[in-house]
Design a binder for this molecule. Structure first.
Ligand SMILES: Cc1cc2nc3c(=O)[nH]c(=O)nc-3n(C[C@H](O)[C@H](O)[C@H](O)COP(=O)(O)O)c2cc1C
Length: 427
């Protein structure tokens, strides 16, 4: 019987269960979620998106509010070219988040951080370096580079004392993208320790076109990347991601030569996941036709989400002076531009901007319901309670299902005695 527990992934001197819980920004993949996965022996990811915001929320710093005050005179100006995050405030926010997570870590697994190049913060190179430095200084076990080709990312940290001992990997959607990344890595004589291959069924941003994603198949791309690395004489674990829904899906990839699998959508309904409970219920009630890929993200990448996401009909005023995580180095953001061009209605207010969303605001508020293609199958993974709501499983329920299940069966979570008693009382 093929199951994930028959396999192990070796990274450096660590051997882990080959299940990586993918990074989900902003705080959808919370510290609590990643820590639980590490405690169970897998690899959990937190996200480095908007860490200064998280630091203000969790540790009572004033990084965002001080930035807003500093740039307040630009609030009514279209020109945001001087509105930027700097090294120090980015470093501080990131370090607070990473340190807090790593100080609480226990168990045999690892905690990695997902680091997006597209998060340019008005100051791309400086803030990417600040984030990477803080992640390494904060003791993170590994860094997964994402949302970009990261041609120069390794060279930003080549002098860091942990550059050769931390686990460093990248997410790509093709062997071609990996080839481009490796050119930059070769310049500093550092190979990645793992390569995640993300296919077209994943959640979040996609590395495929909005009209051609159906033509691609994760199994095929994974084999292309495995073959490419073999041809280069490189022994680097390849980790497919996107649509791996059952333990058997995962075991099939491992049997075909993958080093591990990365999964995320199954964990969006975990108790430890950052999505609010009402969003978890919306995801659990979704059908296939409720999910779409659109171009509302100002990054320019297509993104998969529920059509009912409030982010798709919002007229929120851009607040780049405080947020500004997406501003490019010239102070540009596609949402800012779309909002500016949106007409004012009879009520004197801007009409809703449907072509783009303010990704900073809506990720902060969990009002963009991004999810993988298989989100409509989440209802198969838990039980509906007498009160009409789905039972919210623990991360451990989901992890153990991936780890131990076989024959495409899904182990349903056991409803806690406390919840069963509540159901009985409300019946
Ligand atoms: C809610 C959600 C948010 C995500 N956010 C990010 C992100 O911030 N950065 C990133 O590189 N990938 C992100 N992803 C992609 C996941 O890390 C993962 O690779 C992918 O979703 C795996 O496919 P699955 O969801 O079908 O299991 C996100 C996925 C989901 C479901």
């Amino acid at each position: 019987m093929s199951k994930v527990d028959n396999y192990r992934l070796t990274l450096g001197d660590k051997e882990v269960i080959p299940i990586l819980q993918g990074g989900m920004g902003v705080d959808i993949s919370t510290t609590e979620l990643a820590l639980k996965i590490a405690e169970l022996g897998g690899i959990g990811h937190i996200s480095d998106a908007m860490s200064p915001y998280l630091s203000d929320r969790k540790f009572k710093t004033r990084l965002q509010s001080d930035k807003q005050k500093f740039f307040k005179e630009f609030a009514n100006s279209l020109d945001k070219s001087t509105v930027k995050w700097e090294y120090d405030n980015t470093y501080e926010g990131t370090l607070n988040h990473i340190r807090d997570t790593m100080e609480k870590k226990s168990g045999p697994g690892l905690v990695f951080v997902n680091t997006m190049e597209k998060l340019q913060m008005g100051n791309p190179k400086v803030t990417l370096k600040a984030r990477l430095d803080a992640q390494l200084d904060g003791g993170i076990d590994g860094i997964t580079l994402s949302a970009g080709l990261h041609k120069g990312s390794f060279s930003l940290i080549e002098d860091h004392p942990r550059f050769r001992d931390a686990q460093l990997g990248i997410i790509v959607s093709s062997a071609r993208a990996l080839k481009i990344f490796l050119r930059g890595a070769n310049r500093v004589n550092r190979k990645p320790d793992y390569v995640i291959v993300e296919g077209p069924l994943a959640g979040g941003h996609l590395g495929f076109g909005i009209d051609d994603w159906q033509k691609y198949d994760l199994k095929v791309i994974t084999q292309e990347v495995i073959q490419f690395l073999k041809d280069q004489d490189l022994d680097i674990p390849v980790i497919p991601a996107g649509g791996v829904f059952t333990g058997t899906d995962a075991a099939d990839y491992l049997a075909a030569g993958a080093g591990g699998v990365q999964v995320a959508t199954r964990f969006t309904i975990a108790q430890e996941c950052g999505y609010p409970d009402h969003v978890k219920q919306i995801l659990l009630n979704s059908e296939e036709e409720d999910i779409e890929i659109n171009l509302s993200s100002p990054t320019g990448y297509p993104m998969r989400m529920l059509k009912s996401s409030p982010s798709l009909s919002s007229n929120i005023r851009p607040n780049c002076e405080a947020l500004g995580y997406l501003l490019d180095q010239d102070g540009g953001c596609a949402y800012h531009q779309a909002w500016d061009e949106s007409p004012v209605g009879a009520d004197g207010k801007k009409e809703a901007v449907s072509s783009k969303m303010c990704i900073c605001y809506h990720f902060m508020k969990y009002s963009c319901y991004t999810c993988g293609h298989n989100a409509y199958r989440l209802k198969e993974t838990t039980v509906k309670r007498d009160n009409g709501l789905y039972y919210i499983p623990t991360a451990e329920d989901i992890f153990n299902d991936y780890r131990y299940s076989s024959d495409h069966s899904i182990y349903l979570p056991k409803v806690s005695d406390e919840d069963a008693a509540l159901d009985a009382a409300s019946a």
